[in-house]
Ligand binder design. Structure first.
Ligand SMILES: Nc1ncnc2c1ncn2[C@@H]1O[C@H](COP(=O)(O)OP(=O)(O)O)[C@@H](O)[C@H]1O
Ligand SMILES: [Mg+2]
Length: 260
């Protein structure tokens, strides 16, 4: 369980995140969705103690991250897949992680297999990895300690469609076994298939949150303003597709005739 309460972070007079509150439950994948600069990374960095909050707090399993003993065994984190020593091989990076967490080195091979990094890829230096390979390695690193909670910042970046599908299956399976997953993205289609819950953030503020079905239902009730050269024809075309439309006053204003 992740609990975020009233989290606020200011830089000078700029507010990066503003009174952000949400909960991520075990057995659920929670998608954290928002455009670039919305405040996703800042929120996640505060959760794991890399950035201090100006106000509010975040706890994982009831503890502040820095109070968790051997945190890698409880919280798997992937914030920036490139933030590893570029001169080390994937295998070395995982071995160091395993040693730090006091895990048997057999765990490294298990994780490499789980993220489908081959033996020869595992022996390549990180500087020669594609972004997709770095993401797989980062996910392997996050899973090393068999944690109950996963915090993944834009893990689908750089993955091809098959990689995105693979990650979706992995996270769904992890949640089905009782894990808590928070994953961020700036792309709706990346999270909507995997997430059970969605948290939408924009300009540092939570703009909507809830389970995916109720948010979709709420979204369906919203309307979109559209206009065309010929709104009568547009309304007919929408009706033919089974979409309801309501003409608005002046919305049918015709465009001025072009001078010849
Ligand atoms: N150390 C910092 N100093 C000043 N502004 C920052 C700092 N870190 C983040 N920001 C700003 O906070 C906002 C949110 O950034 P971020 O959390 O990285 O967004 P996201 O991950 O959603 O793209 C951005 O406008 C960013 O420039
Ligand atoms: Mg970010």
């Amino acid at each position: 369980m992740i609990e975020v309460q009233g989290l606020t972070r200011t830089y000078g007079d700029y507010t990066a995140i503003d009174d952000v509150s949400f909960t991520c439950k075990p057995g659920r994948v929670t998608g954290f969705l928002g455009p670039n600069g919305a405040g996703k990374t800042t929120t996640m960095r505060i959760m794991i103690g890399l950035t201090t909050a100006t106000r509010g707090e975040a706890t994982i399993g009831g503890y502040h991250y820095h109070d968790i003993v051997n945190p890698g065994r409880h919280v798997g984190v992937l914030l920036d897949a490139s933030a590893q020593h570029a001169g080390r091989t994937g295998q070395e990076i995982l071995r160091i992680g395993a040693r730090t967490m006091d895990l048997p080195s057999s765990r490294v091979d298990e994780m490499l297999a789980q993220v489908s990094l081959s033996e020869s890829e595992a022996k390549r230096k990180l500087r020669n990895y594609s972004l997709g390979m770095k993401q797989r390695l980062g996910i392997a690193h996050a899973l090393l300690g068999d944690p109950e909670v996963l915090i993944l910042d834009e893990p689908a970046n750089g993955l091809d469609p098959a990689g995105i599908r693979w990650m979706r299956d992995l996270l769904r399976d992890y949640a089905r076994r009782g894990g808590t997953v928070l994953l961020s993205s700036h792309l709706l289609h990346e999270v909507e298939l995997v997430a059970d819950e969605l948290i939408l953030i924009g300009h540092g503020k939570i703009v909507a949150q809830g389970d995916k079905e109720s948010l979709s239902a709420a979204d369906a009730k919203q309307s979109t303003l559209v206009t065309a050269h010929d709104n009568v024809q547009l309304a007919a075309a929408l009706a033919a597709e089974g979409l309801e439309s309501t003409p608005r006053a002046r919305a049918c204003a015709s465009l001025p005739a072009r001078r010849t």
